[in-house]
Design a protein. Structure first.
Length: 480
């Protein structure tokens, strides 16, 4: 009875704070409605933190902590970050920095406090290590399995939070599975990756990533990398050229599989991103379905790296759902990490690690697991993917208008709000990004002359209009 009363008091206090904030927003209608830049953004130290080595794929807790040192977390809300200098910036890279639902989404606190988990692990201070194996399995299943992709019935969770760990866990599982099924030694097995990809910062993940992401010159394994299709956009206007390009890449994959088999270094797994990390390159569903069919016919595991495209930003909760695979076409492994807060993978019936629905490796971070489950629940309860569809359509139309009228950008591509576009030269790309920073919009460089958008799921049309306005009034020789 006492604990219930305490929880009710906390909820009432939270509601009063929420009502007070709503009153402030009503009295100050421009509060968080547009960027406000008072000093330089980002500062040199903040820029260094954003561009830290491997930050593109190691979006783990230490990375977020480094970024938070330059933010005023108390006042950062929704799609706007406030830095320590008092600048209010529209953050179109919020999702990549871990804020999938934006800054300080009130549903996190409300739903957590009004839950059994809050009572057990916060109020009663029950420790995770006190749980029995069956209780821990139930907890993981309740938080992680509701968001599992179609056809994947097992979830494996690691102790870390980075995309690197997630992909390495899946690769190791695939290598062990192939070795066991075919009586091979793991030392004689390889994983096939693709150019333009970025799966992590470890020796294993760099070995199947594009060679040019290894800026630290980490020693890698001699694993093959196939060409990823370099398609022309929009797809509808370049259908025949794109079909020929995808066929070229599929033929290259087949040739590599034969060459590896002949050399005694068989391919045990193929790993691919729904949208490439480098330059945001895309391929059609036909390409991925063909790739999946090849993997299945050869007895090779098919791994989909969703550490950057998962959790809804593409308009579907998982990026590979745009391929419309079902039945025996579904991937063998789908990885999650980085912005998800926990790292791991989902596995199909034939590749699950045990007879249970869950497995765990290392010490689990309870807060991150609950947060992961909440992101899916909130996304479903608030119908965020439907709202994201409206914002995505607006963004595409406005970016296409800028492309047509100003000739500033080109090759707009992506799904949902997981978008990118090209500038004419790397110098122009740097200039436009600095201009957007100067005018209060934060974007992400995903290639030498490519700018990417990775906003939260709560990005509104009103917020998205700021990008259109700032691009529309781009001034090449502004005061930096």
């Amino acid at each position: 009875m006492y604990l219930k009363t305490v929880k009710e008091i906390n909820l009432k206090a939270f509601q009063l704070q929420k009502n007070a904030l709503a009153l402030v927003k009503y009295q100050l209608p421009n509060f968080y409605n547009k960027p406000q830049v008072h000093t330089q953004f980002p500062t040199e130290a903040h820029l260094a933190a954003m561009q830290a080595p491997n930050q593109a794929f190691d979006q783990d807790l230490p990375y977020y902590q480094r970024l938070s040192e330059h933010l005023d977390c108390k006042w950062s809300m929704g799609n706007y970050l406030v830095d320590v200098e008092g600048n209010c910036i529209l953050d179109l890279n919020a999702s990549s920095s871990g804020n999938v639902l934006g800054y300080q989404h009130d549903a996190f606190q409300r739903d957590l406090m009004d839950s059994e988990l809050y009572d057990r692990f916060v109020t009663k201070k029950q420790k995770l290590e006190d749980l029995s194996p069956s209780e821990l399995a139930d907890l993981i299943r309740e938080q992680a399995m509701p968001s599992a992709p179609e056809g994947l019935i097992h979830v494996h969770v690691g102790s870390g939070s980075s995309g690197t760990e997630a992909n390495e866990l899946a690769i190791n599982a695939a290598l062990n599975h192939y070795a066991k099924e075919h009586g091979k030694s793991i030392e004689n097995l390889v994983v096939l990756g693709f150019n333009n990809s970025n799966h992590g910062s470890s020796t294993v993940t760099l070995s199947c990533s594009s060679a040019d992401v290894n800026t630290e010159e980490v020693p890698t394994l001699n694993w093959p990398r196939a060409p990823f299709p370099q398609l022309k956009y929009p797809f509808a206007e370049h259908e025949h050229e794109n079909q020929a390009e995808e066929k070229r890449c599929i033929d290259a994959v087949k040739d590599m599989l034969k060459a590896q088999s002949a050399s005694g270094k068989e391919v045990a797994a193929i790993i691919v991103e729904p949208i490439s990390s480098i330059s945001n390159q895309m391929a059609t569903p036909v390409f991925f379905k063909t790739l999946r069919s090849i993997a299945k016919s050869e007895g090779i595991a098919f791994i989909v790296d969703e550490t950057k495209t998962g959790l809804g930003q593409t308009g579907k909760y998982w990026g590979h759902q745009h391929w419309f695979m079902s039945g025996d076409q579904v991937p063998d492994y789908v990885t999650f990490g980085g912005k998800s807060g926990i790292s791991g993978f989902y596995a199909s019936q034939s590749h699950k690690l045990n007879d249970e629905a869950t497995s765990v490796q290392g010490e689990l971070n309870l807060h991150s697991l609950i947060r992961y489950g909440q992101i899916f629940k909130i996304t479903q309860n608030l119908n965020l993917l439907h709202l994201l569809g409206d914002t995505s359509l607006y963004l595409r139309l406005e970016l296409e208008r800028i492309e047509k009228e100003l000739r500033l950008i080109s090759n707009i591509r992506g799904y949902g709000t997981h978008l990118a576009f090209d500038l004419r030269t790397p110098e122009k790309c740097d200039s436009v990004q600095r201009w957007l920073w100067h005018t209060g919009v934060n974007t992400h460089k995903c290639g030498p002359k490519q700018l990417a958008l990775r906003p939260s799921l709560t990005l509104s049309i009103e917020d998205a209009s700021q990008l259109r306005k700032n691009l529309q009034y781009y001034t090449p020789h502004f005061q930096k």
